[in-house]
Write a protein that binds this ligand. Structure first.
Ligand SMILES: O=C[C@H](O)COP(=O)(O)O
Length: 252
């Protein structure tokens, strides 16, 4: 059975005050929710320890990025092992902001996926096309290639640690969302790619990201191949984040 996940990526936002107010509210909200959703909070790395201490068993915690290396003279970097050691369950890998603003390459994404899985983290692998690529009719090819490359070195027993998040770049932080139908179509394509690679595709959770809000989450999560969301801006409000968690139907 694939997991239903709502993951909040705080990006470079938040503070200790936000941790102190939001985590408890999310915990209480989850306690009265029985739709089986797994909530993940992905704060800036400096706040991981604070979130872990307050999250209890109900909330999983992630990091936004990991290094390509295990340890060494890489000033400013954080390894997957360190994230795991600090209580993280997940790492984002290949977020479009990492790819576009920091020049993260497909090769680095492949390595980071390997590092995450080997350290016992689940990898939320982010893929998505730009507006130019979509308008040129290349969205499916671009996203399929990103998926193939990202999971190129995933071993047979590791697929259960893989989650894929489809985030059209043009929908991130813009207020524009893919229609539920377009998002479903791309999720179907991604599942097909995973299947063609011999992965247990029906067991792998696929998340949609890009301006997910309480008012569009219901339609998105009702799609058969959308198993949850990767939420940016709306994850900074406990109320909005919980509304999105509540939008998940109790499907298996
Ligand atoms: O990681 C989250 C995504 O980039 C979506 O961000 P957004 O919900 O602010 O559009």
């Amino acid at each position: 059975m694939r997991r239903k996940i709502v993951a909040g990526n705080w990006k470079m936002n938040g503070s200790k005050d936000l941790v102190n107010s939001l985590v408890g509210q999310v915990r209480s909200g989850l306690a009265s929710l029985d739709n089986g959703v797994e909530a993940v909070i992905i704060p800036p790395a400096l706040f991981v320890g604070d979130v872990v201490r307050q999250a209890g068993d109900q909330i999983a915690v992630g990091v936004q990025n990991i290094a390509c290396w295990d340890s060494g003279a890489y000033t400013g970097e954080i390894s997957a092992g360190m994230a795991k050691d600090s209580g993280c369950d997940y790492s984002l890998v290949g977020h479009s902001e990492r790819r576009q603003l920091f020049g993260e390459t497909d090769d680095e994404v492949t390595v980071k996926v390997v590092k995450a899985l080997a350290s016992g983290l689940d990898a939320i692998i982010c893929v998505g096309e730009t507006l130019d690529q979509r308008e040129a009719g290349k969205a499916e090819d671009v996203v399929s290639a990103q998926v193939r490359k990202a999971v190129a070195d995933v071993g047979g027993g590791q697929w259960q640690q893989v989650v894929v998040a489809y985030e059209p770049v043009w929908a991130i932080g813009t207020g524009k969302t893919a229609t539920a139908e377009d998002a479903q179509a791309m999720h179907g394509t991604i599942r097909g790619v995973l299947k063609s690679l011999g992965a247990p595709a029906e067991e792998i959770s696929l998340l949609y990201g890009g301006s997910v809000k309480p008012d569009n989450a219901v339609a998105l999560f009702a799609q058969p191949d959308i198993d949850g969301g990767l939420i940016g801006g709306a994850s900074l409000s406990a109320e909005d984040f919980m509304s999105i968690c509540r939008a998940m139907p109790g499907k298996s």
